[in-house]
Design a protein. Structure first.
Length: 214
């Protein structure tokens, strides 16, 4: 099973590689120190499984997963992080991750998880599973999408950006909240302004409220 390791800490990558290569059926074929490198490395190395950290410079893990899965719907990515925050869990799974593990797992558990995901199944750390079950059991029925009085309706992500923009957040703050690259947010803002027909962020927020989008 060919593995791509993605983590901004060299020491962590070294430790993971040493652990994984103790297993006869696992091989680390490539490494990346941030999400942008991971996307490029995935396309050239074509790993079977990706172990992806979340908080990294240049591009975070969530955005990297989004881009990898967009290019390869069959990509098998496991998030491996120290964080069990709801946002990381649900955004990671929505982005297309097949597994979510905390770095407290043992080498044996990690190897087993890689085999599980490589076989086409999903796996979530037991410490995280309770949060997922609780969220799903208490989740209200999805609301029907509001009709947008626009020739070219805003996408869900553009709506997310618009809501945060209307609250006064900068592109950098929006990027942090939505786990996107700042350049990606800038592209969403440009697209959203064009669709609404606004010349700037303030006018966009005002027109969106007038149109009933916000």
């Amino acid at each position: 099973i060919k593995i791509l390791l993605v983590d901004d800490q060299t020491l962590m990558r070294d430790g993971l590689r040493t652990l994984l290569e103790l297993e006869d059926d696992l091989e680390v074929i490539a490494e990346a120190g941030n999400g942008q490198e991971a996307v490029a490395m995935y396309q050239s190395a074509l790993p079977d499984v990706v172990l992806m950290d979340v908080e990294m410079p240049v591009m975070n893990g969530i955005e990297a997963i989004t881009q990898i899965v967009a290019a390869d719907a069959n990509a098998r990515v496991i998030i491996l992080t120290t964080f069990d925050t709801d946002a990381y869990i649900f955004d990671g799974l929505r982005a297309g991750a097949k597994g979510y593990l905390l770095k407290a797992v043992s080498g044996e558990e990690l190897a087993s998880a890689i085999r599980t995901v490589n076989s086409g199944n999903s796996l979530i750390d037991p410490a995280v599973t309770a949060k997922v079950v609780a969220a799903l059991s208490g989740a209200p029925a999805p609301k029907p999408a509001a009709t947008q009085p626009l020739i070219d309706p805003l996408s869900e992500r553009e709506l997310d950006v618009l809501r945060l923009l209307a609250e006064g957040h900068t592109n950098r703050e929006i990027a942090q909240k939505l786990y996107l690259a700042e350049g990606t947010v800038k592209n969403y803002v440009t697209s959203m302004l064009q669709k609404i027909g606004a010349r700037d962020r303030t006018q966009a927020a005002l027109k969106a409220k007038e149109l009933g989008i916000l």
